[in-house]
Ligand binder design. Structure first.
Ligand code: SF4
Length: 314
């Protein structure tokens, strides 16, 4: 459904260049969820926005349904944009406080000229409200009258309104209480099955993406460190960064304790990233070659790719 090839998003200012996304390639199959994980500032949200063409990428290619959409004009993007939607991290900030829920959802339909008749539009809005588990009377209420979890349900209804095929879920549960997070993840999973949706699910926590993801991509400072099927990646992480992220996740089985790999220091700045492997300043397995040569993303078996000299054939 979606193919990203060597995508770069560099933000240029007078003084410096921020290499937010620095050459990322992957594909997402129809109906699957690719979990995209990494610390704050690693470029994952920027990557999500580039895919939707909310940012104009510096270079690389975005293919959607076998069509190159990288350089399509805003006009040419219009019919395609309907199929590419986003659910934001902060549902409150993304909802207009002066609009009723009915109008917020109806606005998306209006922009794309869907359900033009007033009666069918109202029916569609009611249907969406019930699909995401809200009460029918929500239609005439305002965002401030809802809890965080309910607001996220409204954000989901708005994204679903235009019958998209692909949704970027940009940290959709990070701002919610832990008790509510599972409800929203379950709702997204349920909707995926019912509506045959494809997701890019962005999160900084590996535990959140574990159950919803078919495959997982781990991102570090603008590049992919590792990508592979969810189960394999959790059971046998290859990249030292993935190992460190996973070792920080508590496991329910105390008979299989996992030794904690502590990452030292903060993620370096994308303005002046480390040479060679960008993870070398924090990697417990660092070797002399690591600061000199950037490891390419290399196939490890059928569905697995890792960018680390520990697995390079040369
Ligand atoms: Fe660590 Fe070197 Fe692998 Fe980078 S290439 S993750 S520094 S071992």
């Amino acid at each position: 459904m979606l193919t990203i090839t060597d995508l770069k998003m560099h933000f240029q200012s007078k003084a410096h260049t921020v290499r937010a996304v620095d050459g990322v390639s992957f594909h997402i199959n129809a109906g699957e969820t690719l979990g995209l994980v990494g610390e704050s500032g690693c470029g994952k949200s920027t990557l999500g926005r580039c895919i939707l063409r909310l940012y104009e990428p510096t270079s690389g290619k975005i293919g959607f349904q076998n069509q190159d959409i990288t350089h399509l004009s805003m006009h040419a993007m219009r019919p395609i944009r309907r199929h590419l939607q986003i659910i934001f991290q902060d549902p409150y900030a993304s909802l207009n406080p002066r609009m009723t829920i009915g109008n917020i959802i109806g606005e998306a339909l209006q922009i794309h000229n869907l359900f033009i008749e007033k009666k069918t539009r109202q029916e569609r809005i009611q249907e969406l409200i019930s699909t995401v588990g809200l009460r029918p009377e929500s239609i005439s209420r305002y965002p401030h009258e809802f809890s965080g979890g309910q607001r996220q349900r409204i954000g989901i209804a708005r994204a679903l309104a235009v019958q998209p095929q692909f949704i970027v879920c940009d940290e959709p549960v990070s701002a919610l209480d832990v008790s509510i997070q599972a409800q929203i993840v379950n709702l997204l999973q349920d909707l995926q099955e019912r509506l045959k949706l494809t997701y890019l699910f962005i999160a900084h926590d590996l535990m959140i993406v574990k159950h919803i993801s078919t495959r997982i991509a781990v991102m570090y400072l603008g590049n992919l460190a590792e990508i592979g099927p969810s189960k394999e990646l959790y059971e046998d992480p290859k990249h030292p960064y993935t190992k460190a992220l996973l070792s920080a996740v508590p496991i329910p089985d105390p008979t299989h304790p996992r030794s904690r790999i502590k990452l030292t220091g903060e993620i370096p700045s994308p303005i002046n990233p480390p040479s060679g492997c960008k993870f070398h300043t924090r990697c417990p397995y660092v070797m002399p070659v690591c600061s000199q040569i950037e490891p390419p993303l290399t196939a490890l078996g059928k569905n697995r790719q890792v960018a680390c000299h520990l697995y390079s054939s040369g």
